[in-house]
Ligand binder design. Structure first.
Ligand code: PEP
Ligand code: MG
Length: 889
């Protein structure tokens, strides 16, 4: 096995072995771009390091030193050489990009000798000593564990003693003096002198990068982005180029298109006379890239050419880091740029129009989970904007929350259910948990490519950077904006699309979908096989679902209609009825209300299929809480007031006790209610058919699909089907309207899936209720599991994901497969869909595609996600087929 690869030996397809960064550096080297020379130590070496109890094996060391020799030959420089020294950067490079999460060391190779060589070669001693002190600081922080803060404090003390305001006032002699203090500091903290042997520096840095694979922030990042923990990181060792060699040098980061909006214009920032970390850390606020053409016109032209070359080579928007050393351009890194969902959609659609991508490639490229960000709220246009202050619009979206200044606090308050906005001078990777927890992030320093901006955009979270008009005082936890002071926990709203900050809460509106978004979804519709329906219980949700492209309703939960405030008394009198005639009277009053609901939904769906599920939850859910009622009754008994009310409450209490169950989730609910109280289902079915009849008489074709919940035995479905058919016949007799309708069932308990062939005899369709099917397969009650142990299971790896979010293919999935196979075995044209929450989850949708289901149904806001995910599932299923055919040929 080889552990080390020169850039010339790699290519972009070798990400798994040499990491994303290494693969791209190799690719760029091989297509002739100006990349500083270097080599990559593979991810396999990292795994080898962990297998060897965190030691570098002899083979890794040998190959590293051999590659170093080659590098010295290519550059004509020597690491640690006193005449023409080589300096290198050491950077992590995981398979999937994890920006800023792992460690980097720059300027490696500096010591008391090489610094002198650098000073005389560049004829710039100030630059040389500044580089040396930066190296000591960075190396000590990353490798030796002496935090940057200690060095910054010494620097500040030194500047104060000299009366300087800023670093540029430091002379070569000042830096030289400070270097002695820095070395002393290292000695005090580590009990050892600063390592001056460059080979030792190199090995220690490689170890540090491997170690950083498992630091807290990298681990959190991997969890958040579902990156496996066992991939390891590669290490890239590359000869240094210096952007801080004077005003003909500089460094920057640019995206080939705008990562916020997707606009096809070069977008980024640069700093003259600076090193890379100055831009990324947001310490100095950089200049927009377009102004570079005035400062370095030729370099800018070359850079533009490199950008278009890279974009067309990778067929995707690139995020490029570059350095200019004394007028010569070097490309340090390229990768597919992280982008907002809005940009992601626009770029994919534009690239089809530019002839770069096919429609299918565009559909396949956008992450469906990102789409829902486009469906988020924004500030109402009618709102008279009076911003307190404005910063850079780093990541779009609007959010309201209380001000916090600390990532730990943001995390804590988030867990308590609060909405917070994290405000920091700048963020570092250590703030990652706070950024995740916050509704939005605001920083007073840093640009559009600072840490906060990049991370927030990746998460689709609103962010404002470089908000310099905001003076943050971390000590008294306040911010001053002009003449106003805001304090810790004050409420603010931010608009990440404009960079504005507002006081308090402001009105928001639902989003509209852009032309590109519609375009992409239309292409997705051309590709997908699965139908996409919505779960909607009222006309407003139904209309929203249609707007988002739902082809029907896959689940209308009728109990939600029962819970409306003015209906609850009627529903209660139905439940509390002592005699059949009392119950029938209550049901008669409910019928027109239900009919009106169904008419509204049918109208909103304008002839599209609507699946209506008859009553599902246990009846006690419509009655007051038992404990509260007990307290009220006892109070009335004690005071002796209002005996009539007391009697009413006592009656309610008796009924509640009667209905009380040990385990309502497995109790008297679903079709079991219909079996014991057929008059309820009868009323609901009649309401459905009366609504259909009314609309048919108005000229609208309606084909209701009536669904029976929680069936476990075919006889339940047989009986309930009869109730529905009788109701339909009755309405036809009464109105003269003949309907086309179907009766089907939810498959949501294991027995239904296992006897699906028998059940299919009575069913026109199946709809997999994977919420209940997950509960009953695992034997978990969802509310108890999520509240008590499920998160722990996911955190410690007992379960890979929460099975209520991502369908458990091995268990629940097996029952779905069995259900479809048995059902269609008995009735080949049996329609089958899914209406549990999994119907809106891309990975579960891919499973539904594989099982040949007819449709998925999800909440209206997930419909666009499902349309795209269904298309991707079809593309991938198709390509799988194509490749297995290719193999068998
Ligand atoms: C289900 O169980 O998956 C389902 C859709 O029904 P509910 O969530 O209403 O129980
Ligand atoms: Mg259910």
């Amino acid at each position: 096995m080889t552990f080390v690869y020169a850039f010339e030996e790699g290519n972009r397809h070798m990400k798994k072995l040499i990491g994303g960064k290494g693969a791209n550096l190799a690719e760029m080297t091989n297509i002739g771009l100006p990349v500083p020379e270097g080599f990559t130590i593979s991810t396999e070496a990292c795994l080898d390091y962990y297998t060897n109890s965190q030691t570098l094996s002899d083979q890794v060391k040998q190959e590293t030193f051999a590659a170093l020799k080659d590098l010295e030959k290519k550059t004509g420089k020597t690491l640690g050489g006193a005449a023409d020294p080589l300096f290198v950067s050491i950077r992590s490079g995981a398979v999937a990009s994890m920006p800023g999460m792992m460690d980097t060391v720059l300027n490696l190779g500096m010591n008391d000798e090489t610094v002198e060589a650098m000073a005389s070669l560049t004829d710039n001693p100030r630059f040389a000593y500044d580089s040396y002190r930066r190296f000591i600081q960075m190396f000590s922080d990353v490798v030796l564990g002496v935090e940057t803060y200690f060095f910054e404090r010494e620097l500040e003390k030194y500047r104060e003693s000299k009366g300087y305001d800023s670093d540029p006032e430091m002379t070569a002699a000042d830096w030289q003096e400070l270097i002695q203090t820095y070395k002393q500091l290292v000695d005090t903290h580590t009990g050892r002198p600063f390592p001056v042997d460059p080979h030792e520096q190199l090995l220690l840095s490689i170890k540090a990068v491997f170690d950083s694979w498992n630091n807290d922030r990298a681990t959190i990042y991997r969890k958040l982005h579902q990156i496996p923990h066992n991939l390891g990181t590669a290490v890239n060792i590359q000869s240094m180029v210096f952007g801080n060699m004077g005003d003909d040098s500089g460094t920057g980061v640019a995206f080939t298109r705008n990562p916020s909006t997707g606009e096809a214009l070069l977008y980024g920032e640069y700093l003259v006379n600076a090193q890379g970390e100055d831009v990324v850390a947001g310490i100095r606020t950089p200049q927009p890239i377009s102004t570079m053409k005035d400062v370095m016109p030729e370099v800018f032209e070359e850079f533009q050419a490199v950008c278009s070359r890279l974009e067309s080579h990778y067929e995707d928007m690139q995020d490029i880091e570059f350095t200019v050393e004394r007028g010569k351009l070097y490309v340090l890194q390229t990768r597919n740029g992280k982008r907002t969902s809005q940009a992601s959609v626009k770029i994919a659609v534009d690239m089809v129009e530019e002839g770069v991508l096919t429609k299918e490639q565009a559909v396949d490229r956008v992450d469906p989970d990102q789409l829902h960000q486009l469906l988020h709220r924004r500030i109402d246009d009618g709102y008279e904007r009076q911003a307190l202050v404005k910063g850079l619009p780093a990541s779009p979206g609007a959010a309201t929350g209380r001000i916090v200044f600390d990532a730990d606090e943001a995390d804590r308050r988030y867990k308590d259910g609060e909405h917070v906005i994290l405000i920091r001078p700048e963020t570092t990777p250590d703030d990652i948990h706070g950024i995740i927890a916050a509704e939005a992030v605001v920083t007073s320093r840093g640009g559009m490519t600072s840490h906060a901006a990049v991370v927030a955009r990746g998460m689709g979270k609103a962010c404002i950077c470089g908000c310099e008009g905001m003076k943050i005082n971390l000590q008294d936890k306040t911010i001053r904006v002009q003449d106003k002071t805001l304090s810790h926990l004050d409420l603010i709203t931010i608009d990440g699309a404009t960079g504005e900050v507002f006081e308090g809460d402001v009105p928001m509106v639902e989003p509209e979908l852009s032309g590109e978004f519609q375009q992409l979804l239309n292409w997705a519709d051309d590709v997908r096989r699965l139908g996409v329906r919505a779960n909607a219980d009222n006309p407003v949700d139904a209309a929203k679902a249609v707007e988002f492209g739902a082809e029907g309703i896959g689940l209308c939960r009728t109990e939600h209609m029962f819970m409306e405030q003015e209906r609850v008394p009627v529903v209660r009198s139905m439940i509390l009825a002592e005699t059949v005639s009392e119950r029938e009277e209550a049901l008669r009053r409910l019928l027109p209300m239900q009919q009106e609901d169904f008419e509204g939904i049918f109208k909103a769906m304008a002839g599209r299929p609507v699946t209506i599920r008859l009553l599902d939850p246990p009846l006690h859910e419509f009655l007051p809480d038992l404990e509260e009622l007990l307290v009220e009754t006892t109070k009335l008994q004690v005071t002796g007031e209002n005996s009539e009310l007391l009697q009413q409450k006592q009656r309610l209490l008796r009924k509640l006790r009667e209905l009380n169950e040990f385990n309502p989730m497995l109790g008297h609910r679903g079709c079991r209610l219909g079996m014991t109280n057929p008059e309820i289902y009868d009323m609901q079915a009649e309401a459905i058919f009366r609504a259909a009849a009314a609309l048919e008489q108005d000229g609208m074709k309606v084909e209701p699909e009536v669904m029976i919940p929680l069936v476990g035995h075919v006889n339940e479905l047989r009986d309930m089907r009869q109730v529905v058919e009788d109701a339909a016949a009755r309405v036809t007799d009464d109105t003269g309207v003949h309907f086309t309708y179907t009766v089907g069932t939810m498959i949501e308990v294991p027995r239904a899936a296992l006897t699906a062939d028998q059940i299919a005899a009575e069913a026109d369709f199946f709809s997999f209720g994977t919420n209940d099917l997950t509960q009953t397969t695992f034997g978990y009650s969802r509310d108890d599991a999520e509240g008590k142990f499920l998160q722990r299971y996911v955190d410690n790896g007992t379960l890979e994901t929460n099975p209520f979010v991502v369908l458990d293919r091995d268990g629940v999935g097996k029952l779905v497969r069995e259900g479809v196979t048995l059902g269609r075995g008995a009735k080949p044209d049996l329609k089958a869909g899914i209406c549990g929450e999994h119907g809106g989850d891309p990975s579960s949708i891919a499973f539904c595609e594989e099982q040949g289901l007819d449709y998925v149904s999800c909440s209206p806001f997930r419909v666009p996600v499902a349309r795209l995910a269904a298309a991707q599932a079809a593309i991938r299923a198709g390509s799988k087929q194509a490749s297995s055919e290719a193999v068998s040929n």
